[in-house]
Design a protein around this ligand. Structure first.
Ligand SMILES: *Cc1c(COP(=O)(O)O)cnc(C)c1O
Length: 391
């Protein structure tokens, strides 16, 4: 295979596309970052938090390389691992990087290329390595509280003593500073979020250092509180996707960054009474015209969608018929007489078919869909200010 995921948009657009394509709108990313900043600014605090743009899982499936130009106004970028941090440096990112799940040795932290470097500290092994650092290295560290998520971090009992050890390293000038962090388990639920914040506040009362607790859901559901933080960490909202179960990104002023499209490669008649697809789950009630679309669950389109899941053809709604298979989706062309081989079908994204709708139909969350678009789908960068009607 000679094509890579960075083939230029025009090359592929001019050729007859045979596969699914994911357009990544860099202007939408920039807009969403700006919108989050505006939300925090208008929440009326004296100083507003700095924003970590979270790009783990290759920018939630959007590709770090493509989203980076839209993130130039971010204060820092958050990733999971040191190799991802090196990737950002080689793409020219000079501002701070937060590594949220770093496995490192003392020696790993001696490379000046990595700095300014922030590390989330959530286990004893990391602290032992930090204790071996010299004054020249000086990462900033964020001590993680386990909270009720319990994926990583220190509990109520251990947090204080560990904090004491790290403060010693700050005083010895081995660390650039120490902050406090947690990641909510139930940020979408106002009552639970309030409870999680209260526990955190109790634990950190009196401890010096900045705080970093808010993710997209917490930030958007209660900007007034989030605006009082020192740093926030946002992922999903930057991609234009609502972190709440009951809304879509555009209702929060966000623009979807990913549009997934695939071409119709064949049109067929389906006579009345005939069955269609694996499991023969669809039966034509009348003579129908159907289109076979080159996208399936091997591209990351969910097989679990419910009946009549929508797609867009030339900007108008149609629906999926029968089961999604590995490489093929079948769509209803009854009301789309001009659609034929080569017509692009929008499966989710900017054309007015929110990924949130497809996720709901599939019984999952939008993040699983965008992060689940597989490697065989080329990501094509576009820059369409004001939102692409057609990418
Ligand atoms: C993924 C992640 C985030 C970003 O969360 P969103 O809900 O996508 O904004 C923030 N913090 C941590 C620790 C994460 O793992």
């Amino acid at each position: 295979m000679s094509t890579s995921s960075v083939t230029s948009a025009t090359d592929l657009h001019n050729a007859f596309p045979e596969t699914a394509l994911a357009y990544i709108n860099q202007a939408a990313i920039a807009h969403n970052l700006q919108s989050l900043r505006h939300t925090l600014n208008s929440a009326g605090q004296r100083s507003t938090p700095s924003i970590w743009a979270v790009v783990k899982a290759d920018a939630y499936g959007h590709s770090v390389m493509h989203v980076l130009p839209g993130l130039h106004n971010a204060d820092g970028i958050a990733v999971l691992s040191l190799p991802e941090a090196y990737g950002l440096r080689s793409l020219g990112w000079h501002k701070p990087i937060l590594v949220m799940n770093a496995q490192f040795s003392t020696a790993d932290l001696r490379d000046p290329k990595l700095f300014p470097l922030h590390l989330v500290i959530d286990n004893e092994r990391q602290i032992l390595e930090l204790e071996g650092l010299r004054q020249a290295d000086r990462p900033f560290v964020w001590l993680r509280y386990s909270g009720i998520l319990h994926h990583a971090g220190f509990d109520n009992q251990d947090y204080g003593p560990v904090c004491g050890r790290l403060q010693k390293l700050v005083r010895a000038n081995v660390l650039a500073g120490l902050g406090h962090m947690q990641h909510y388990a139930q940020a979408e639920d106002a009552e639970q979020l309030h409870a999680e914040r209260k526990v955190f506040e109790g634990l950190f009362a009196g401890l010096p250092g900045p705080r970093c607790t808010e993710n997209s859901a917490a930030l958007l559901s209660d900007p007034g509180y989030a605006a009082g933080a020192d740093w926030v960490r946002s992922g999903i909202a930057l991609y234009g996707i609502s972190p709440m179960h009951d809304s879509i990104g555009s209702s929060l002023g966000l623009m979807p960054a990913m549009t997934l499209q695939a071409p119709i490669h064949r049109v067929q008649k389906l006579p009345a009474g005939q069955l269609l697809g694996y499991g023969a789950t669809f039966q034509a009630s009348h003579d129908m015209r159907i289109g076979l679309v080159g996208c399936g669950y091997a591209d990351g389109y969910p097989r679990s969608i419910s009946e009549d899941c929508p797609v867009l053809i030339n900007g108008r709604k149609s629906r999926i018929l029968g089961r999604v298979s590995m490489d093929t989706i079948t769509v209803d062309l009854d009301d789309h007489p001009t659609a034929g081989p080569g017509t692009m079908v929008t499966l989710w994204g900017a054309d007015g078919l929110p990924i949130e709708v497809i996720a709901r139909s599939a019984g999952t969350i939008p993040a699983q869909l965008c992060a689940g678009v597989t490697g065989r789908v080329p990501r094509l960068a576009i820059c369409a200010p004001g939102g692409a009607r057609r990418p």
